[in-house]
Design a protein. Structure first.
Length: 407
């Protein structure tokens, strides 16, 4: 008799964004005449930058000719893309990262979900609350938690991100091995200063722990005092892995391209207490379970780093930042307490009522989809998240409708 992985039975209902999509579909089926504006999931709405599209087309044409056709590529990504990433995203900022420390993949969601496979099932895991659900759910699936009690999984060290700490969690007061951090933060839109991040790096070094740093929203940073990468912090190479994505800066949510940075010094220990480098383990996993991102997609991603691509992606991000600014101004005018909306596409709003009730209210009365904060964890209860990823016109109309609904 085949037994299932019972850890899956511990998971809460469906994945947050699938649950929201189902509720919105039900609403639309009941009210086919109502137009819904989606400020829920952080999915981009604007076309890929022209530089990416041109590179994409050229690469597709290469695939149409035997002389330039390419079959399987290197699992880790083509050298042209890894080199461009290392130079532009890291070396240009003084972060010492080389091309062979970059692993190109089809998404930061997959990478942040899969990375935990490298570590022992008894690793003590610290996870922020509220949090992007993938970090938590994948640790539940792997069996690193007990059951779900009072809104939390037993065995996880939760790092509360609240108004009191400006949504930057304090260091845990118990030992941990694996630490998830995300800045600019999803879902709160909060940012971390260089000094605060240095405190985490020092803590990880002290604990022989590892930080999994999700920087998928780094392109939204406009305050140049803020770190774009954890590798700008001295000492991080031994204790950090970073995740990046082309989804939010260049609109690749449907095109799929991302990357993970694993420095050669990055370390974990075996049961005999010997140091083990993480880089070859991730390489082994990547080569075994992944066959690379398609050649045309990697050429399109490479074009992000051309002078035109840089200007166009900046313009794209500025467009969404203008939306974020508009949402933040409207929310402020309505008298809500909020964080985010600057250096981030997300606005995290204290609704002072149950998150799902607020979600229903905005959907019913305004036809606007938000993300209920409670879906991101216990500390998210009472909040909602609005995303700046939509057309400016829709964002303006959504905020007018919310104003009308709450009047
Ligand atoms: C979000 O809305 O939190 C993200 O867009 C989801 C994702 O990137 O997977």
């Amino acid at each position: 008799m085949l037994k299932i992985n019972e850890n899956y039975l511990k998971l809460q209902a469906s994945y947050l964004f699938s649950d929201i999509a189902r509720r919105v579909a039900d609403f639309q089926a009941k009210h086919p005449d109502r137009e819904v504006i989606k400020l829920g999931i952080g999915d981009v709405t604007r076309a890929l930058p022209p530089a990416c599209i041109e590179a994409f087309h050229r690469a597709v044409d290469e695939m149409a000719d035997d002389a330039t056709f390419r079959g399987y590529g290197p699992e880790q990504g083509y050298g042209f893309l890894r080199q461009a990433i290392a130079e532009h995203d890291f070396q240009a900022r003084g972060a010492e990262i080389s091309a062979d420390e970059i692993f190109v993949s089809d998404g930061a969601k997959c990478d942040t979900g899969n990375i935990q496979e490298l570590f022992s099932t008894d690793a003590r895991v610290a996870i922020p609350d509220p949090v992007y659900p993938v970090y938590l759910d994948t640790n539940v699936m792997a069996g690193r938690t007990g059951g779900f009690r009072d809104g939390r999984y037993q065995g996880i060290v939760y790092l509360d991100s609240t108004r009191e700490n400006d949504y930057v969690p304090a260091l845990p007061d118990e030992p941990v091995d694996l630490i998830y951090l995300c800045f600019p933060n999803n879902p709160t839109g909060s940012t971390i200063s260089r000094d605060q991040l240095a405190t985490w790096v020092d803590f990880a070094r002290d604990q022989k722990a590892l930080i999994l740093f999700d920087a998928a929203y780094e392109a939204f940073i406009r305050d140049e005092t803020l770190p774009h990468s954890i590798f700008e912090i001295p000492g991080a190479r031994e204790v950090a892995i970073e995740f990046r994505s082309f989804s939010k800066n260049a609109g690749f949510t449907g095109t799929r391209c991302a990357y993970t940075v694993v420095p050669k010094e990055c370390t974990a220990w075996d049961s005999a207490g010997n140091r083990q480098a993480v880089h070859p383990l991730w390489n082994r996993r990547h080569c075994t379970k992944f066959n690379g991102v398609s050649y045309p997609v990697q050429r399109a991603a490479e074009a992000v780093y051309s002078p035109e691509g840089q200007a166009q992606t900046r313009e794209l991000v500025d467009y969404y930042l203008r939306n974020a600014d508009h949402i933040a101004a409207a929310v402020k005018e309505l008298g809500f307490t909020f964080v985010g909306g600057a250096n981030s596409p997300y606005i995290w709003i204290w609704g002072d009522r149950d998150s799902w009730d607020f979600f229903d209210l905005l959907l019913d009365r305004a036809g606007v989809v938000c993300t209920p904060g409670a879906g991101f964890g216990k500390c998210g209860q009472g909040y909602i998240r609005l995303s700046a990823f939509n057309s400016h016109d829709n964002v303006v109309r959504a905020m007018e409708r919310i104003r009308g609904a709450l009047a």
